[in-house]
Design a protein around this ligand. Structure first.
Ligand code: ATP
Ligand code: MG
Length: 314
């Protein structure tokens, strides 16, 4: 299998202080890859760096950024925008409220297609209607003429998924696509994303704070903590044999993990630090039940096949 995303040693800083450090991950073509972590751990920034959408006020360095199969660091700014526009569908965080409330669906859904694929409006509208049907909206013609406020949260998220599919992308980046939805609607939207992955072979980067959901839907995953990848690998391997104490704690609390996104994980005392992410030691050490003296000065990296974790425990 080819790799559709390769990120090597990503480092994102805000006026010199680290937000995301040493982050490396690989997404294979055709897989659903879950990126998990508490609020503020760096999931959205990591995803945005892959798809050329990092806020301009932040700086970044990386040894490699491959997105939808293309080496981004060797493209011009224009070529990067074009490549992402044509090949990546993006469902931003809080997207349930992302559509413009006062503009009809039909006047929003075709924008990216007409910018990157063909300026033929009729063609764009036909494709949009077909996709609205594909994502499970029963009366696509009327939905095209709706304003977003006339749709439920689940329906709006289906419209966003149809919009992400307009350009026949190789990769979809879905940032917390179901967080704002109640659990039955959440399951339907996630099942839709999985069927898109299976039927169309589109790779999906699924960002979520919910390891239970990621366990169910992903082939591989990475756990982020305080701007670092704590652990990554195939989902099955990680659940059978987690290497990082943080991953183990997250796995242990899955059944009770009915928390809201903005609440801290009360089951794991403490918070993810916003500042002080620059040091060489393990950033989880203050919350880690198995911290040792060495953890304040260095962290060992373990790599076995595609399984990776950073921890001083053997
Ligand atoms: N434009 C910015 N300028 C400065 N700091 C930022 C900026 N964007 C994000 N950050 C900080 O970077 C860190 C990582 O943010 P990010 O949005 O990637 O987290 P996240 O894991 O997606 O969290 P959430 O689950 O809340 O969406 C946070 O501490 C955040 O405050
Ligand atoms: Mg986020």
């Amino acid at each position: 299998m080819n790799d559709t995303v390769i990120l090597k040693n990503l480092h994102i800083t805000d006026k010199g202080s680290t937000l995301v450090g040493n982050s490396t991950l690989t997404i294979k073509s055709g897989e659903i890859f879950g990126l998990v972590g508490e609020s503020g751990s760096g999931k959205t920034l990591t995803a945005k760096s892959i798809i050329n959408l990092l806020p301009k006020d932040l700086s970044f360095e990386a040894d490699q950024i491959t997105a939808a199969g293309k080496d981004m660091l060797n493209l011009s700014a224009r070529e990067r925008r074009e490549h992402i526009g044509k090949n990546v569908g993006y469902i931003p965080q809080n997207t349930v409220f992302f559509l413009h409330p006062m503009i009809k669906i039909k006047n929003q859904i075709g924008d990216g297609y007409m910018r990157h694929i063909s300026s033929n409006k009729k063609e764009a509208m036909e494709k949009a209607e077909a996709l609205l049907e594909k994502v499970g909206l029963h009366n696509p013609k009327s939905v095209m003429n709706f304003y977003p406020w006339q749709l439920s949260g689940g329906m709006r998220q289906r419209v966003n998924i149809a919009m992400a599919l307009m350009n026949d992308p190789k990769l979809i980046v879905a940032d917390e696509p179901t967080t704002a939805l109640d659990s039955t609607v959440q399951k339907k939207v996630m099942d839709l994303l999985r069927s898109i992955n299976q039927e169309l072979g589109i790779s999906i980067l699924l960002i979520s704070h919910d390891l239970g959901l990621v366990k169910h839907y992903s082939h591989s995953l990475a756990v982020m903590y305080a701007g670092r990848i704590a652990e990554s690998g195939e989902t099955k391997t990680i659940f059978e044999n987690p290497g990082h104490p943080y991953t183990k704690l997250l796995i242990d609390i899955i059944p009770t993990m009915k928390i809201k996104k903005t609440e801290p994980l009360s089951e794991i005392p403490g918070y993810v630090q916003e500042k002080g992410r620059d040091g060489e030691g393990c950033l989880f050490r203050d919350r880690c039940p198995r911290a040792m003296e060495v953890c304040s000065s260095s962290v060992a990296e373990h790599i076995q096949g595609s399984h990776f974790y950073r921890c001083n425990l053997e």
